[in-house]
Ligand binder design. Structure first.
Ligand code: FES
Length: 110
């Protein structure tokens, strides 16, 4: 998942022509110092297993937290649907999103 004009899109099924001349943000562009609340929460809770899916998971979560400062489990599950993790880190992902939401509410960020 990347952000295409602020929208989360599955990069694996998005044609390059759709991204031409558009604003694309990848995990590397989420924060300059890798200090986004989601990145901090991911580290604090040791979310990744193999790591393959994790940048996409975080980018989807970033859109969710931009639009919903206090998501429920159901909100998270709906927003993250389609982000497959073969390692089954879904519960840690959900916990990290709750933690990141709490962090951003404390600092009024995002
Ligand atoms: Fe391995 Fe998600 S951490 S696929």
């Amino acid at each position: 998942v990347v952000h295409l004009n602020g929208e989360a899109v599955f990069s694996c099924v998005t044609k390059v022509s759709r991204a031409a001349d558009q604003k694309v943000v990848t995990i590397e562009g989420l924060s300059e110092k890798n200090d986004h609340p989601l990145q901090k929460a991911w580290i604090e809770l040791d979310v990744p297993q193999c790591g393959y899916c994790q940048s996409g998971q975080i980018m989807s979560a970033a859109v969710l937290l931009r639009e919903n400062k206090n998501p429920t489990d159901a909100d998270i599950d709906a927003a993250m649907a389609g982000n497959i993790c073969r390692c089954g880190t879904y519960l840690r992902i959900r916990s990290a999103i709750h933690l990141a939401a709490e962090m951003q509410r404390k600092v009024g960020r995002m």
